[in-house]
Design a protein around this ligand. Structure first.
Ligand code: AMP
Length: 190
């Protein structure tokens, strides 16, 4: 990879495969994997202040308030100091995306590419209900998809307009999707 740090964003509905594909990608290109969902789940388990603030949101499938999310991201960027990074599940609102751009600018960085995993709701829902996480009851899963469409899906156009969107068909098995991601991404990160 070149000299400029690579900043990737994985975008798509819950159940799109961001976590699974993110794991593979970070092994392949050795970038930090920053999953805000994982960070919040860890914080809840640890009972830390951020965890206490986030717990009811995670449980109900609502978004954690932007302010709390952005604090976590700001702390990360301060420590990472321009390491190659793959954000997974962040940003999730237009405000988060704009603040991320501002923060990155302060570190003389910018989003390199956004991988948008396009999967129909029925595929996402089937995947969510088969993985059995605590926030994956049918009611919560459906609600999280609704939140995605209302708050997060507008980021597709936001990043398309910025010229960094890479759309990948996220349906099907892990291997073919990983192959599609890699084919689409390798030119963008040279
Ligand atoms: P995930 O593991 O990405 O599906 O996230 C699980 C839960 O964590 C979400 O349903 C939200 O409650 C919370 N969460 C994770 N990332 C964010 C974010 N960027 N903004 C707001 N809430 C988030």
């Amino acid at each position: 990879m070149g000299e400029r740090p690579v900043i990737l964003v994985l975008l798509g509905p819950p159940g799109a495969g961001k976590g699974t594909q993110g794991e593979r990608l970070v092994r392949r290109i050795a970038v930090d994997h920053v999953s805000t969902g994982d960070l919040f789940r860890d914080a809840v388990t640890a009972g830390s202040p951020a965890g206490l603030r986030a717990e009811s949101y995670l449980h109900s499938g609502q978004l954690v308030p932007d302010q709390v999310v952005l604090q976590v991201i700001e702390e990360y960027l301060g420590v990472a100091r321009g390491r190659d990074t793959c954000f997974d599940g962040f940003p999730r609102t237009r405000n988060q995306a704009e603040k991320l751009d501002d923060l990155l600018k302060q570190f003389n960085l910018a989003v390199t590419a956004v991988i948008y995993f396009n999967v129909p709701d029925d595929v996402a829902l089937t995947r969510l209900l088969s993985r059995g996480r605590e926030d994956d009851t049918e009611e919560t899963a459906r609600y999280r998809l609704q939140v995605y469409h209302e708050d997060t899906a507008p980021l597709i156009d936001y990043y398309r307009d910025a010229g960094v969107l890479i759309e990948v068909d996220g349906s099907g098995g892990v291997e073919p999707v990983a192959q599609r991601v890699w084919t689409a991404l390798k030119n963008a990160i040279r």
